[in-house]
Design a protein around this ligand. Structure first.
Ligand code: GDP
Ligand code: ZN
Length: 299
């Protein structure tokens, strides 16, 4: 763990907190520590200053990104706690934006009640229709930040967005996540993805999150799990509200448990037909709904 001054300290959970079944410690948790008993270590070094610290309490979580426990077991596993925002990075081109993937990231953020922002990088490669391609998202209420790590455009605003916050930074590879961070924070020398790849080396599931402290306050969280896993932990009935612009309509359907697929009196489908809601986003919704139904836990 890291103390208030940013020093890394080795700490272990005090006995009582270790007991099974209770809250498990997650990356991003805020904890109270006390000096532990001096350990008689075989590696030597029992002198002053080498005593381990004991974690005596885990603070209440402001938020958590969670996924269903592995193997379909009941329960959820917190991937990272106390995240303030999910920042989804896409490129105007190279690679071409894959908007159904963007939808997936936004649903994961919404399902965990974490605000999401979109960064549109490589604006130096933008074409006249670039903003139009993202219009569904600005209309839905998402902030869209245009940047270019190459020309430096939009980087002050990006810096301000990340300052003093804990941000999950995600998006397809090659869109410029590392370039953006290294330009905003010269010397940080960060490779998004590479950090977690090395930390998780040899493990079967790479779901561990890594928090990188920013030099002037805040953290960037790299979670390999977010990229690979589907929309976990979500009841199919909850998916509609994860498309934030559907929310004014989901409560107006004739049936309370409307799946917005084929039911009569569906306010969501009516809004799509009237072009009040985006047909592309609705397609995305249907696709994710199929996925959720196929992966529904069987307990
Ligand atoms: P990551 O996988 O998302 O971390 O992407 P990288 O930061 O590794 O960038 C992938 C490639 O895109 C590299 O060759 C970068 O030089 C290039 N790149 C990053 N940002 C920009 C940009 O704003 N404009 C252009 N034209 N290229 C960029
Ligand atoms: Zn409906």
């Amino acid at each position: 763990m890291r103390d208030e001054e940013g020093r890394i300290r080795e700490a272990t959970l005090r006995g009582r907190l270790k007991q099974a079944g209770t809250l498990k410690l997650a990356v991003g948790d805020e904890v109270m520590i006390e000096p532990g008993e001096t350990e008689l270590s075989e590696k030597g070094g029992t002198g002053p200053g080498t005593s381990a610290w004991a974690i005596t309490a885990i603070g209440a979580r402001r938020s958590a990104l969670a996924r269903r426990a592995p193997g379909g077991a009941y329960g959820e596993r917190v991937v990272v706690a106390n995240v303030d925002q999910v920042v989804v990075v896409f490129a105007a081109a190279q690679p071409e934006p894959h908007l159904r993937m963007l939808d997936r990231f936004l649903v994961i953020a919404a399902a965990n009640d974490i605000p999401a922002r979109i960064v549109l990088n490589k604006m130096d490669l933008a074409t006249p229709d670039t903003f139009e391609r993202f219009a569904d998202y600005t209309r839905a209420g998402y902030e869209l930040h245009a940047t270019s790590a190459r020309t430096g455009a939009g980087l002050d605003a990006l810096h301000e967005m990340l300052h003093e916050r804990s941000s999950v930074l995600t998006g397809p590879s090659g869109v410029g996540k590392s370039s953006l961070l290294n330009t905003v924070y010269p010397g940080l020398n960060l490779r998004v993805g590479a950090i977690s790849a090395s930390v998780n080396k040899g493990r079967h599931t790479t779901v561990g999150a890594v928090m990188v402290p920013l030099p002037d306050g805040g953290f960037v969280v790299d979670t390999p799990g977010l990229r690979e896993v589907g929309v976990w932990n979500l009841a199919p009935e909850a998916l509609g509200d994860c498309f934030v612009e559907f929310r004014p309509f989901t409560g107006k359907c004739r049936f309370r448990d409307c799946s917005h697929r084929a039911e009569p009196g569906c306010a969501v489908r009516d809004a799509v037909a009237a072009r009040t809601l985006s047909a592309a986003r609705y397609e995305s919704y249907l696709r994710l709904l199929d996925e959720l139904a196929a992966s529904a836990p069987s307990w």
